[in-house]
Structure formats: structure tokens, C-alpha cells
Write a protein that binds this ligand. Structure first.
Ligand SMILES: Nc1ncnc2c1ncn2[C@@H]1O[C@H](COP(=O)(O)OP(=O)(O)OP(=O)(O)O)[C@@H](O)[C@H]1O
Ligand SMILES: [Mg+2]
Length: 255
């Protein structure tokens, strides 16, 4: 079966430094995949390469079997891939609902002609309401996004990411800066909004990773040193070395 995402020998050089050094990834349709690794390993850069923010120096990136390497982000988005950013990316003065409606309209804009504008607006409103409910922020419908709690803003950001109906979702550190109970809540939210979709997630919090991922890839200095099930990753010698032996076990509660 065709992979949702396939990276083959992807390389990226900034100036003379090679940051991504021959990455291979195969992510199946419907899989929840975590990309982990130390700071500066190249995780966000990998997301930038997949989502079209930057073009690979060499190698191929395929979405549902179609070559997307070097395409601009909006085209890749139109082909069904949506990403969130490591830093929140919402309009603070717009209400929660308006933020979602903007995201829906932006996505619908490509599919609807000028002559369908009224339908488009009605459709966008309904979809925005549905996403609002899915992310559990119905009570915040008219609240300016800037007044939400930090955890609510991250939930809204996930809502914005999925609002256009993309089938492949990339989330970059969705629980960064959250308390334990907030990130537990976020795990449930991510699980709910990605049912039937493909998820690739960069995440440092190992209980989130091990709670959500079907498989995990470990990126170290721009190379994937292992891709496997959570259990196998936990026992992988190279991974343990990369994490200096203890961090993974401590973080996942293994003994
Ligand atoms: N546009 C750029 N130009 C030059 N160097 C870059 C650029 N983008 C990223 N880098 C470098 O590439 C390396 C990987 O960065 P990246 O942001 O992908 O790491 P990361 O794995 O996401 O780290 P973190 O866990 O801290 O978010 C870093 O050394 C960074 O400084
Ligand atoms: Mg990053």
C-alpha cells in the first residue's frame, strides 16, 4: 500500500553545514508517528522539508505517492497535508470561532469558485463550529484568542491545523510548556482529532510520545538512527546511547 508520507535519502544543507543527512521515513496511512531526538537534531527542519517551507538539497518527499519535494506550502496543503508550528500561530485579536473560520475559509478557498461564496460562508461556519466542538472550546466561542489560557491556545492551534480537513497532520511539540494534567488532556484531544488520519508529531514529552505513537523515529544529528514500535525503541541500544542511557527509561516510567 502507498505510504501517506515517504522520505528517501533527504538531505538539507544550510550554507556548508548539512543539517539533514540522508533521512528515510515511511509513514503508513492512519499511523500515529512520533519524531523524537535531542535539541537541534533537525526535527523542525524535517517538518519544514515535508511541508514545503524549505526545499530539500537532494532526495525525495512523497505524499500519498506524489512527489512534493520543492512544492510551495500551499500546494502541499491543498494535497491534504497540514502542520502546526512549534511557536503558536493564532490571531490574538480574533475570537476563537473567527480563528477557526479563517482556517476553514483558507482551505475551502481553493475548492470553491467565486460564484459559490454564500454557500462557502455557510459551509465554513458549520465546519468551524464542528471543529470548535471537537477541540472542546465551545464555551470560548467569542473569546479573543489572546485571552485564552496557554493550553487552550494550543488546543485552538490544533483546531486550526485540522480545520481544513487535511488527512496528514504534522504537529510540532503540541504539549510544549504544559503541565502534566494539561498534556494528558492534550493527548486525548490529539487522539480524538486524528481518528482516521495520519499523524506525525515532534514531541519531547516521552509520556505523550509513548501514549500516542504507533511507531517512533529517533533523529540524531540529522540522521534517523531507529524507527520502530515504542517498546522496541525503549530497548534500542543506539537510542539509549543517544539519550545518555537513562532519560528514556525515566521519562517513560520503565525500570
Ligand atoms: N534556516 C536555517 N538556516 C541555518 N540553520 C538552520 C536553519 N534552520 C535550522 N537550522 C539549524 O538546523 C539545526 C536543526 O534545527 P531544528 O530546528 O530542526 O532542530 P529541532 O530538532 O527541531 O530542535 P528543537 O528540539 O530544539 O526544536 C539547528 O542547528 C539549527 O540551528
Ligand atoms: Mg524543533
Amino acid at each position: 500500500m502507498t505510504s501517506a508520507l515517504e522520505l528517501r535519502e533527504v538531505r538539507k544543507q544550510f550554507g556548508r553545514t548539512e543539517i539533514i543527512r540522508g533521512v528515510n521515513l515511511d509513514i503508513a496511512k492512519g499511523e500515529r508517528h512520533a519524531l523524537i531526538g535531542p535539541n537541534g537534531a533537525g526535527k523542525s527542519t524535517t517538518f519544514n522539508l515535508i511541508s514545503g517551507r524549505i526545499a530539500p538539497t537532494s532526495g525525495s518527499v512523497k505524499l500519498n505517492g506524489f512527489d512534493i519535494g520543492g512544492l510551495p506550502p500551499y500546494k502541499i496543503n491543498r494535497m491534504g497535508l497540514s502542520r502546526s508550528f512549534q511557536v503558536t500561530n493564532i490571531f490574538h485579536r480574533l475570537s476563537v470561532f473567527e480563528n477557526l473560520r479563517c482556517a476553514v475559509l483558507w482551505a475551502l478557498g481553493y475548492r470553491y469558485s467565486f460564484w459559490h461564496r454564500l454557500e462557502q460562508l455557510r459551509d465554513a461556519r458549520e465546519r468551524a463550529e464542528a471543529v470548535l466542538e471537537l477541540i472542546g472550546l465551545q464555551g470560548r466561542h467569542d473569546t479573543p484568542a489572546g485571552l485564552l489560557t496557554y493550553a487552550e491556545q494550543r488546543a485552538l492551534e490544533i483546531g486550526i491545523t485540522i480545520a481544513g480537513g487535511a488527512e496528514v497532520i504534522l504537529l510540532d511539540e503540541p504539549t510544549a510548556g504544559m503541565s502534566r494534567s494539561e498534556s494528558d488532556h492534550a493527548v486525548e484531544l490529539i487522539r480524538r482529532v486524528t481518528v482516521g488520519k495520519t499523524l506525525v508529531m515532534v514531541e519531547h514529552d516521552m509520556s505523550v510520545v509513548f501514549g500516542l505513537a504507533d511507531r517512533i523515529s529517533v533523529l540524531v544529528y540529522g540522521e534517523v538512527i531507529a524507527t520502530d514500535t515504542p517498546q522496541a525503541i525503549r530497548n534500542n541500544r543506539r537510542v539509549k546511547e543517544a539519550y545518555l542511557g537513562t532519560t528514556l527509561d525515566e521519562a517513560t516510567g520503565a525500570h
